[in-house]
Every structure is written in C-alpha cells, then in structure tokens.
Ligand binder design. Structure first.
Ligand code: XIL
Length: 367
C-alpha cells in the first residue's frame, strides 16, 4: 500500500541510462514508511502532521539537519523533525571538508549518527554533497594537476558512497557547477578547482564514479537560481541533456529554491521549467527550499505572503510529479538565513502559516 511513495521516488519515465536503482530505493522507502504509518495512523486532517499528510499521498517531505537534532536540551528539534519529515539530509556533515578533511582519512562518526537517527525514525537519509567548490578541505586547493585532482575526487566519492552503500539511496553528486552569468560559450562556474583543473568533464567522471560505488543509488545534479526559465536553467538543461546523451548515470535534478516571499512561480515559469527536465526522463526535487521574509510590511502580512509562496512551490512540485519537497532546515532558530525567518517553524518551534499552507496543499492537490 505504500508503494506509492516508492513509486514517487522511482518514477522516472522512459529513463535511457537504465541505472535507476529504483527497486532498491522503492524497497527502502516502503520499508521506511510502512511501519511509521502504522505507528501513527493519520487522524482528522486538522490534526495531521505534515509527514502524515505527505504519507497519505505517498509523498516525500524533508529537511536539512545538523547535529543539534541530538541536543538533549532542545528535544523539540529532534522530535519535531521526526514527526514532520520522512526524509532528512545532512546540512553540512557529509560535505567533503567535513567527512574527508585529510586525504583518505574519512570521518564518518557524525554522519553515522544521522544514519541511526533516520533509521530510528523511519526516514530516508539523503546524501549532500559529493563534489562542490565550497566547504572543501585545504588539500584539494593545493592540488596542481588534472590527473591528481581526478584521482582525489574519485577516491573521495568511492570512499563516501561505498561507506553508505545501500543506506543512503539518494546523492547530490555535483552541486552548483553552472555559472551565475550563464550564457555560452562558457556556462560553467569559473571559481571551481574542478572546472579549472579538470574542466566540465569532471561532472561526468563524478557521476560515473558514484554509480560504480553504489549502482542502486539515485544520483542528482543540484543547483540554485534555476527554478524558473532563465539563462542559468537553460544552461543546466543543456548540460543534463548532453550528459544523458552520453549515457552518464544521472537520475535527477535538484532545484535548491532559496527564494524570498515575493518569488512568483508563475512569472518565472517554474512549472514549464520543471516539466522540461521531467520530459528528459529525469526526476526532479525541490531540495533546499526556504522563503525569506522581506520588506517593512506588518509581520502578519509577510507571514501570509511567505505561506502563499510556500504553498505555490509545493503545488507546482506536486503538479510536475516531483519526488520530494525538501526544506533547508526546520526552525528559523537554526536556519542558515535565520535573520530573514525563511522556514516553516518559528524561533519557538511553533508552526507558522507556511506550515499550514503546505499541509493544505498536500491534502488538497489532486494526485
Ligand atoms: C550551507 C549551510 O546551510 C550553512 O550552514 C553553511 O555554512 C554553508 O552551506 N547551497 C547548498 C548548501 O547546496 O550546501 C548550502 O548550505 C546552502 C546553499
């Protein structure tokens, strides 16, 4: 009965590369959700948690977490994340600089605790992120040759993905590689050691290496300011299209969706944008959603606008059959953009209007 969630995660139609690993993911997702759904049968809509509203339609809703979910002095956080989300992603813990700060000397201890946490709470743990130009260890910046960087990148990917093989079903493999001023001839970010030393083919190498390490894992490219149709999303579209044409094992695209309350799904043509990626046979997810408050309007008005934007984002995600809606945190207290209060729980861990907007959309958008 919970195959719908599994299906929603493994739903790529007409995938060309044939490397989905959907069966493994489906099994994991189903196992994860079956027991939790049994443990907490959905109540009347008004009392449902976000997680229950999501699971009622076989959908994945999640958020980024840090080690403070284990803080015994902040039980609302650890318990709240377990109650409201069926997927968690490590906000910083699995980044290269955190997990492999000395070549080959992997530090998995904290990441393993997240695995335990997710397991205990029947949640999917998503891996973020294997190759990114930020939060890198010093030694990567000191590498001087293309060959050496390829070797180090492969070692890193193999070490991390192998450790989590069969346990982390989704990886952001490459993060933020398209330039902000995308427009040919060079659509790639220049301030990246991977682009500088290896060139754009590092992306293909990264995906192939991750696939080798765990053939069942779903592999994503992830970026920001690509939610609507614009030069950057056009460049990303061309990039993933050519990766697919080369048979590179890429399963999906993550749209970070760090926006503010005035973001318009309609004006940016977000649906049309997401749909063109779906038509390539790729899965899509909103991966780091947060919606900043802006301007001098009364707080109640701003919260209302924020709620509307959250609702619009989730609706468009559901309409294009995205397979997850993931927020970049849980409470404003611990957001990376805490000052602009971009999340769905306030500083006191109380649900904001945005929380109820998301729940309404989950309950009322046709499947
Ligand atoms: C951010 C974290 O939230 C911060 O705690 C950290 O200081 C910097 O990185 N895009 C990404 C995420 O893919 O990894 C970033 O996370 C936010 C932007």
């Amino acid at each position: 009965m919970h195959t719908s969630l599994g299906q929603s995660l493994g739903q790529s139609p007409g995938k060309k590369s044939g490397v989905l690993g959907a069966a493994a993911l489906t099994a994991l997702a189903c196992a994860a959700l079956t027991s939790s759904a049994q443990a907490v049968p959905p109540g009347p809509a008004a009392e449902m948690t976000l997680r229950q509203a999501a699971e009622a339609r076989g959908f994945v809703i999640g958020g980024a977490i840090n080690a403070n979910v284990f803080d015994p002095d902040a039980p609302d956080l650890g318990e709240g994340v377990a109650r409201e989300y069926n997927l968690v992603v490590t906000e910083n813990t699995m980044k290269w600089g955190s997990i492999n700060n000395t070549p080959g000397d992997f530090n998995f201890s904290l990441a393993d605790l997240f695995l335990k946490y997710a397991d205990k709470n029947k949640q999917i743990l998503k891996g973020h992120t294997l190759v990114w130009h930020e939060q890198l260890p010093k030694y990567v910046g000191n590498i001087e040759t293309k060959e050496a960087l390829i070797t180090e990148m492969k070692n890193h990917i193999i070490g991390v993905v192998t450790h989590f093989k069969g346990k982390v079903p989704i990886w952001d493999v490459v993060n933020e590689s398209i330039s902000d001023t995308a427009g040919n001839p060079n659509p790639y970010r220049e301030n990246s050691p991977f682009i500088k030393l290896i060139g754009p083919e590092f992306i293909e190498i990264a995906f192939r290496t991750a696939h080798e390490a765990d053939p069942a894992a779903k592999l994503y490219y992830n970026d920001y300011n690509v939610e609507g149709i614009n030069g950057k999303s056009d460049a990303m579209y061309q990039m993933v299209k050519s990766l697919l044409a080369k048979g590179v094992p890429i399963n999906g695209v993550g749209f970070q969706t760090h926006v503010d309350m005035n973001f318009s799904v309609e004006h940016t043509r977000m649906k049309e944008n997401l749909e063109r990626f779906r038509k390539l046979g790729l899965d899509v997810q909103l991966t780091e959603v947060d919606v900043e408050l802006k301007g001098d309007a009364p707080m109640t008005d701003k919260l209302k606008k924020q709620a509307q934007t959250y609702g619009d984002l989730l609706r468009v995600c559901l309409e294009v059959k995205c397979n997850a809606f993931i927020m970049w945190g849980y409470t404003d207290m611990y957001s990376w953009r805490s000052g602009s209060k971009p999340l769905i729980f306030d500083m006191d861990y109380k649900p904001k209007p945005a929380y109820f907007a998301l729940r309404d959309v989950l309950l009322n958008t046709p499947k």
